[in-house]
Design a binder for this molecule. Structure first.
Ligand code: F6P
Length: 342
């Protein structure tokens, strides 16, 4: 078979490990051939390709990012986009596609499958918010980066008796905030799933100062206060209709400083959470998902996404995986609340 591979959406550590596993097993064990499509769905849309041989994937296991490039191109938002993809796949002699991406990229894959394209999906996102899989690779790396930042911020916050607000990624799901906050001993964790009361947060901060410690507040970029007023960086939408978030950390620091009289500063971790080398956990998970994906393609099991359930790599329907986001359940947040303000 001649198989196309693409990576779409925000990049994440572990993408190269998937590509390497797919290509190595696909060529060495099954004798398939590969074509790399560049920049997500833009690749098949515009016929942008690159070679993908065993030599091309040597040395990429520890590398962050994606050797294929990525974009948030949505072919369903482009006139004649789907037809152009089909034409380009035919022109390249592609029998099947492996799409590695999050809800948006895999949403496109699910629709293309319904239109007859032979496709298998691999879930990726640092946000860990894809349904039908217990974990996505990239998440563990992002959490470790955020945890290390929190560890460092504790010492400087204490020296200067300041509040430090750490804004982490997470548009609709607070998994990074929850895990990094728990692992880093944050004083308060704020997530998009639960509106927060700024007065209550200020109370936690004051209590922490009373214990002679400086508070660290971890806030997910998509968290919002009770008033329901989302703080938007700007109103720009990407081609999947998502707004660019950012700014809640700064807003919160100002509110806390005003209410507590103690200096508050903000650190926005931003894309640092997405860059660089994957952790061992993410390399192993990504590698196992890549092996699972090429097996699914070899079996002709189209319209499926590989997933991890417990410790097993399984196949689920793409449609099921993109049906709804996996958000933080109340009981997980309640566990974290035990440590707020103390
Ligand atoms: O979906 C992954 C993610 O990292 C989100 O947490 C974040 O909101 C978004 O991508 C930012 O993406 P970009 O800055 O690349 O548009």
């Amino acid at each position: 078979m001649r198989i196309g591979v693409l990576t779409g959406g925000g990049d994440c550590p572990g993408l190269n490990a998937v590509i390497r596993a797919v290509v190595r097993k696909g060529i060495d064990n099954y004798g398939h051939e590969f074509v790399g499509f560049r920049d997500g769905w833009k690749g098949p849309l515009e016929g942008l390709t690159r070679p993908l041989t065993v030599a091309d994937v040597r040395g990429i296991l520890p590398r962050g990012g994606t050797i294929l490039g990525s974009s948030r191109t949505n072919p369903f938002k482009i006139d004649g986009g789907v037809e152009r993809i089909k034409e380009n796949l035919a022109a390249q002699g592609i029998d099947a596609l492996i799409a590695i991406g999050g809800e948006d990229t895999l949403g496109v894959a699910a629709k293309l499958h319904d239109l007859g394209v032979q496709v298998v999906g691999v879930p990726k996102t640092i946000d860990n918010d894809l349904g039908a899989t217990d974990y996505t690779f990239g998440f563990d790396t992002a959490v470790n980066i955020a945890m290390e930042a929190i560890d460092r911020l504790h010492t400087t916050a204490e020296s200067h008796h300041r509040t430090l607000v750490v804004e982490v990624m997470g548009r609709h799901a607070g998994w990074i905030a929850l895990h990094a906050g728990l692992a880093g001993g944050a004083n308060v964790i704020l997530i998009p799933e639960r509106e927060f009361d700024v007065e209550q947060v200020a109370g936690y901060v004051e209590k922490r100062f009373q214990h002679q410690y400086a508070p660290i507040v971890v806030v997910a970029e998509g968290a919002h206060p009770l008033e329901g007023q989302m703080v938007l960086h700007n109103q720009e939408l990407d081609s999947f209709g998502h707004v660019r978030l950012g700014g809640i950390g700064q807003w919160l620091a100002e509110q806390l400083e005003e209410r507590t009289g103690k200096e508050a500063r903000t650190v926005v971790l931003g894309h640092i959470q997405r860059g660089g080398t994957p952790t061992a956990f993410d390399r192993v998970l990504a590698t196992r998902m890549g092996l699972g994906a090429i097996d699914a393609v070899h079996d002709g099991d189209w319209g499926k996404m590989v997933a991890i359930h417990g410790t097993d790599i399984v196949r689920v329907a793409l449609a099921e995986a993109v049906r709804e986001l996996k958000t933080v359940p109340t009981e997980r947040y309640t566990e974290a609340e035990v440590f707020f303000g103390s």
